[in-house]
Design a protein around this ligand. Structure first.
Ligand code: GLU
Length: 495
């Protein structure tokens, strides 16, 4: 036996739309293993499915994986000793291997038209027999086959799967695995593109991949891949099939049904990459300290062991992710939080791009009040709108004030404004003391709740805001008084 070379693993996304959360999950596990082993992690773009190809998808894969800090050593954008790393640029690489399989009798040309194959499948389903190619083309020349119905002049190439194909293999995560008998898989399409099954084997071999780490949906394909490795006389890599991420109802996470299947969704919602990474790790892996739920990539990688990978479909529980995210949000320094929050306020149109010095100062001032109050950053604009909104666009909510206090609202708001006029040192404490004095037992004699609601509506508007005295302190004397008086005035709607 040759001595084992360095570990080389890969993630092989197909650029067919917004990157799937599974791409990050697979990248995380591949990379954790590669880093632990001092090996390499490759990114290979599997773009041979031209019907589903989307041009912007590859860049989105790069952007979202970079956002998560999952970086690769070789890839289409980086190059490397086995370039090109995009399968559509490797078409010449596959053909000789197909020719060899044909010459050795492990593969054959199939001229069956799409219509014939559909018909055949429908018949099989009707007769309740296993579906699969019926081998009409096996052993026929083109001329012989052309004499029969359902002929297409542009053939595909199929594997001739032997009767005694081994159906079990050893998986690093699952031990011995049994897979169903494969069909005579198409390996070269009529457009000259290889299918995934051929390209993955050729590229994993040529790129020196030692461990194929991928989703469990590929278990049933593995016997076909092993046949190809054997037929081509290549050493088999090891296989690790990760459990698929599942919805709470245990169904497979799909981009059509669940927005959380799209990696860009997590960015839009304002999840922190470190939280999502921890969450994905937690879904498939447990640290030796079994109860430890909060861990870094480095901790996961250092302890990495295939035996610690779960085999039961982990449930994608967004409540859990929200909890983890809240934890990571609170861990951020105030400056870091402000920096990450800024794009969300810009997108909501509350802060200009680039932000003015005043806006940055307001953001820095409000951070201590909101950092503990959000689970995801997209909740921020609502919390701080009262502070950033232009005064002309500010909508008082007099209806809420009237509802809370009925006829007395205007008096409450006016009394609060009058009391605030006298505040010298404009701080949350002084604001609170002055307003309490005017509205509670020493003043109008109101209960705290009754004194609070109209002011909240007047100062915060329809959006929720941090605690009221702090909100008033941040908003400043001028704007606070203006809002209280406007809400109390007849055309403010409160009488
Ligand atoms: N292109 C395949 C996919 O999109 C990769 C599967 C594999 O890793 O072998 O899932």
């Amino acid at each position: 036996m040759t001595s084992p070379g360095p570990v080389r693993v890969r993630v092989a996304p197909s650029p067919t739309g917004d990157p799937h959360v599974g791409t990050a999950y697979m990248s995380l596990f591949n990379l954790a293993f590669a880093r632990q082993q001092g090996g390499q992690f490759l990114l290979r773009v599997e773009d041979t499915d031209r019907a589903r190809f989307r041009a912007d998808s590859e860049q989105q894969v790069y952007d979202t994986l970079h956002w998560l800090g999952l970086d690769w050593d070789e890839g289409p954008d980086k190059g490397g000793p086995y370039a090109p790393y995009r399968q559509s640029e490797r078409l010449d690489t596959y053909r000789p291997h197909v020719d060899r399989l044909l010459a050795d009798g492990h593969a054959y040309l199939c001229w069956c038209s799409g219509e014939r194959l559909t018909q055949m499948r429908e018949d099989q389903q009707k007769r309740k027999v296993p579906t699969g190619y019926d081998r009409l083309c096996v052993g026929k020349t083109e001329a012989e086959r052309a004499a029969l119905p359902g002929f297409s002049p542009t053939p595909v190439v199929r594997m001739l799967v032997p009767d005694d194909v081994p159906l079990s293999f050893v998986d690093l995560v699952r031990g011995e695995v049994h897979a169903p008998r494969p069909d005579d898989q198409v390996i070269l399409k009529s457009d000259g593109f290889p299918t995934y099954h051929l390209a993955v084997v050729v590229d994993d071999h040529l790129m020196g991949i030692t461990h194929v780490v991928r989703g469990e949906e590929w278990i049933s394909s593995t016997p076909k891949h092993l046949l190809l490795f054997d037929w081509l006389g290549w050493e088999r890599p090891e296989f690790a099939h990760m459990p698929l991420l599942r919805n709470v109802d245990k169904s497979k996470i799909s981009k059509r049904k669940n927005p959380a299947a799209r990696l860009t969704w997590f960015q839009e919602q304002g999840y922190l990459p470190e939280a999502l990474l921890n969450f994905l790790g937690l879904l498939g892996y447990s640290l030796p300290e079994a109860d430890k739920e909060i861990f870094t990539f480095e901790e996961m990688s250092a302890s990495f062991d295939w035996k610690r990978v779960n085999t039961v479909g982990p449930v994608f529980d967004l409540d859990k992710l929200g909890w983890l995210n809240g934890h990571y949000v609170r861990e951020l320094s105030e400056a870091d939080f402000a920096e990450r929050a800024l794009p969300f306020l810009q997108r909501a149109g509350l802060v200009a791009d680039p932000a003015s010095a005043d806006q940055l100062a307001a953001l820095a001032a409000v951070v201590p009040l909101v950092q503990t109050r959000v689970a995801v950053l997209s909740e921020l604009p609502d919390l701080v709108r009262f502070l950033f909104v232009a005064e002309d666009d500010f909508a008082v909510d007099p209806a809420a004030a009237v509802k809370a206090l009925g006829e007395g609202s205007a008096a409450v708001l006016t009394a609060a404004a009058d009391a605030l006029e006298g505040v010298q040192d404009w701080s949350a404490e002084k604001v609170q003391a002055a307003v309490d004095g005017a509205l509670l037992e020493d003043g109008l004699g109101l209960k705290r709740g009754k004194a609070y609601t109209p002011r909240r509506a007047a100062v915060g508007g329809a959006s929720s805001a941090p605690p009221l005295p702090e909100s008033i302190a941040l908003l400043g004397r001028e704007r606070s008084l203006q809002r209280l008086r406007a809400a109390a005035s007849p055309d403010g709607g409160v009488r």
